[in-house]
Design a protein. Sequence first.
Length: 386
Amino acid sequence: MAALFSREALESSSGGGQPGPIDYAIPAPLRAKAVSVIPQWPGYHPTPLISLPGMAKELGVGSILTKYEAGRFGLGSFKALGGAFAVANALEGVTPEAARQTTVVTASDGNHGLSVAWGARQHGCTCKIYLHEHVSEDRAELIRQQGAEVVRIAGTYDDSTHQALEDARTHGWILLSDTAIAEDDEAPGAVMAGYTVMMQEILADLDCCETIPSHVFVQGGCGGLAAAVFGVLFEKWGNVPRYVMVEPDKADCLFQSARAGRPVRIEGDLDTVMGGLSVGEVSLTAWETIVRTVGDFLTIPDAAAIQMMKALGQGRFGDAPLLAGDAGVAGLAGLSVAAGDPRIRETLGLTAGSIVLTIVTEGAVDRSGYARLTGLDPQHVAEARA
């Protein structure tokens, strides 16, 4: 069931809502390094910012722009930028021989682990990826194909995160988590720095068409992506766009934290079809940026994500078919839910003139899962777009 929590007095808590530096989770030198280094990697190319005029008309907004991350380094998601950069940053200056004696480790819902495994392979180090029981075997096999060992953990993503942390400390491994459960964990900042490369691409495209979005809908999870996105946009535009966090109603740790006014951990199995967002604990690295930038927290049911996957795959509104995974569509699904609910629509100020920015964070990385949820053949969808 959809729910919206809108915070009061955000403007006064975020420096008056004016653009400029904020207490940002990613150190400036690390951001500069990511923007300099990642575009030099083999296979790098900017992903497209796609207009969806048919969907915009259907939802009663002026335009919808979505950053489409399925082609990122052949790994299928924006996560390719973060985990692999964290590996490169951690091993900077390490000799090849020393790298072969190094083990990197992380917990994941799938895509972050794939990125870390890919980065570890480039550097010749050992890699262990902790996956909880709800992560599909298809995603696990993709990680193994990068040469990493998959360690299965009973329970949730948060359980796998805590186990990876404990084992890394015990064995002296390098932990490269995308969420900070300890305040001294620096790796999530490096992961988020990688995501800012995507943001520079988005800003370049928006500057070319002289466009400033009125609304930005971004999926939640632990908050790392959202903090990277909203932090960069706030520094440029302040509170000119309305920043909306979107989460599954079965895994809404950011929504609940916003209501409590502090990070809280939610319990339960967190069993949502939006697997990459199946998180019960907020990243401490991301929280301070989120609390200064995000005014609106929206939860959506699984059905909304499945319907959006189908609509995009079928090209239902006259736009070219788009292959998008379960967590990947959450921002667009949140927009659809908000636009169709008169109360939420009015609260968020969505109008026929609204310019909405979203991010499709992954393609059909888990192809069998995509087919099961949508009834569509992912290969046919990809070919229909081409």
